[in-house]
Design a protein around this ligand. Structure first.
Ligand SMILES: [Mn+2]
Length: 592
């Protein structure tokens, strides 16, 4: 290891480091001409890498850049673009309110269904409705509307039910609701089946004929649009207080991020506005939750939400009832909110233990007898249904092939969850064998299903054969594709501020992966926490030194110690606060 920068600068470009288990780096596509890059950078008065990031997103003019950096939070939807049925829904609910009929909000057990139910219930209550709410329990009746939840609502005096994030496939359940005298309004965003339930009205951007342009709206987003239209129509009615739906954008942002909706267009505007509002949220429970997770509420990112906040909200739902999360959002005082978060933290600890235990068992099964399968299908009666998705994701991480994890219950029915790699589309794979399942759903990269235990062998055989055919020429390559080249000298505090303006990151607005070529290593690399690597780098020929941390790349230490330059580095830059000191750190995902 050569520490002297002069010496390092003079050395040859090294041959790339390559290691088993380390991803191969796909360099970024070629840049636009310097003329175009410099013109756009000058237009926005920002660094060149920001111009490159904009150009990589197809944003080429000052006006488009402005629209991207300052998206409108929620442009009002006129008749031609409004949700199909929204006027009828508002009319019906106006009558419900005037007659004092009881209306119950029926959410679902995930964060999208919980935040949507919370904001709609709060809005209805504040508008003077006689409102109630209920959530299904996944171990006691299952998902969505069920005869059980409908009976309970009927007993509690409800005359109307509004579903949130669920219901568009509930043909029989809505029929049942009618038979016991409940009127149903469905709000949902899932793909609509050919035959729709006979509800009073259905709001869903994904039903045939709905002109709403944003087909990627979340379930809580549909509920929010209903609340917005309702409070607008009741505005000025004597005795009805005005409810500004915008104050619930924070809940909408939370549910939308948790549901992994595409973060471009309208969703980007809504989620950004909601994240901004969180710092000064009027929702006591949400404020307490953020405080307890230790995130910086004034500068929230989608990563904070997905890694620190939603796991807590999901924990109680995965282990049984999601009610704690909803009660948290309805909490009127901080002490009560803290008690709910206590419960969620305890559930999360339990969830993590289950997840680790189940993962170890699944890994052992694979090591024992499935190592040669092109697709992994593992099942057990001992695994917890609430964590099978997480375990499947871990199998994909470790073995880089499509993986299905199933939890079999005492009635001989298994719940399954699948995750996959590029090339193996889960929706297509399941659709081709739909006859094997009791129920199934999902998209290209994630799926869920239920299957009778006696069908598991046939399912495994079919999936392994399918994967073997798809990957006949070898497994999919383990690659990291960089977004743009960057000069490390542009990675400054100001540069990071610019980068924040691209948030929130997520599907269709991925966090950029920067690529720096011919980087100087500075100082001695070292291991931290057994398998992570810490080192420092700087641009060839000078500039500031930057700390770098490479999680799970500890096995590259020996190779790194023997060089003074790296051929390529792929990373996300971020602020790292350690012992009160704030420094820029590169979170490295690949080294060559
Ligand atoms: Mn949803």
């Amino acid at each position: 290891m050569i520490v002297s920068p002069e010496h390092a600068a003079a050395s040859e470009t090294p041959a790339p480091l390559a290691f088993e288990g380390a991803p191969r780096i796909v360099p970024p596509p070629p840049r636009e001409s310097d003329e175009i890059r410099r013109a756009l950078a000058a237009d926005i008065n920002g660094p060149l890498f920001v111009a490159d990031l904009l150009l990589a997103r197809g944003i080429r003019t000052k006006e488009d850049a402005r629209a991207f950096f300052l998206p409108e939070a929620a442009p009002a939807m006129d008749g031609a673009q409004a949700l199909l049925g929204i006027e009828r829904a508002v009319d019906l609910l106006g009558g419900v309110r005037a007659r004092g009929e009881r209306v119950a909000v029926h959410g679902d057990y995930d964060v999208d269904g919980v935040t949507g139910a919370a904001l709609l219930y709060l809005g209805l209550r504040d508008l003077g409705f006689d409102a109630d709410w209920i959530l299904p329990n996944r171990f006691d009746g299952g998902y969505g509307l069920t005869p059980r939840t409908l009976d309970q609502l009927k007993e509690r005096g409800a005359q109307w039910v509004i579903s949130v994030d669920t219901g568009v496939s509930a043909v029989e359940e809505v029929e049942y609701a009618r038979s016991i005298g409940l009127k149903v309004i469905i709000t949902d965003h899932h793909q609509a089946p050919p035959v729709l339930p006979s509800a009073e009205v259905i709001l869903n951007p994904n039903q045939p004929g709905c002109p709403y342009p944003n087909k990627g709206l979340s379930g809580c987003g549909v509920a929010w649009r209903l609340l917005e239209a309702l409070s607008e129509s009741l505005r000025g009615t004597p005795g009805v207080p005005f409810v500004d739906a915008a104050k619930h954008l924070d809940l909408l942002a939370l549910g939308s991020l948790a549901d992994n909706v595409p973060l471009h267009g309208e969703n980007r505007g809504l989620v950004r506005a909601g994240l901004r509002r969180m710092a000064a949220s009027q929702n006591v429970g949400l404020r307490v939750l953020l405080e307890r997770t230790g995130v910086d509420a004034a500068a929230l990112t989608s990563t904070d939400i997905l890694f620190k906040v939603t796991p807590l909200l999901n924990a109680t739902g995965r282990l049984g009832s999601p009610e704690t999360s909803l009660k948290l959002f309805l909490s009127a005082d901080e002490r009560e909110a803290h008690r709910h978060v206590d419960k969620m933290e305890a559930a999360n600890v339990k969830r993590r233990t289950l997840d680790q235990g189940n993962t170890l068992e699944a890994l052992a099964m694979v090591e024992e007898r499935l190592r040669d399968d092109a697709c992994l299908v593992v099942h057990s009666e001992a695994w917890h249904e609430g964590v099978i998705g997480i375990v499947a994701a871990r199998l994909v991480d470790k073995y880089r092939r499509p993986s299905f994890v199933l939890s079999v219950d005492e009635r001989g029915v298994a719940k399954g969850s699948g995750r996959t790699v590029r090339g193996f589309n889960l929706h297509e794979a399941l659709a081709a064998h739909a006859h094997l399942f009791e129920k199934w759903g999902g998209h290209a990269f994630a799926c869920g299903f239920s299957i009778r235990a006696e069908n598991i062998p046939a399912f495994r055989e079919a999936m392994v054969a399918r994967a073997a055919a798809i990957f006949a020429d070898g497994p999919p390559p383990h690659e990291v594709a960089a977004t743009v080249d960057v000069d490390l000298r542009e990675i400054t505090g100001d540069g990071l501020l610019w980068l924040r303006r691209f948030e929130p990151f997520g599907p269709r607005n991925e966090a950029p992966l920067f690529h720096a070529a011919d980087v100087e290593l500075y100082g001695v690399p070292r291991l931290v926490g057994e398998k992570h690597l810490k080192f420092s780098v700087r641009a060839p020929g000078g500039g500031q030194t930057l700390d770098a941390i490479a999680f799970n790349l500890g096995h590259m230490l020996d190779g790194l110690e023997q060089r003074d330059r790296l051929k390529r580095l792929v990373f996300h830059p971020e602020w790292n606060v350690f012992r009160g000191q704030k420094r820029i750190q590169l979170r490295v995902v690949a080294i060559e």
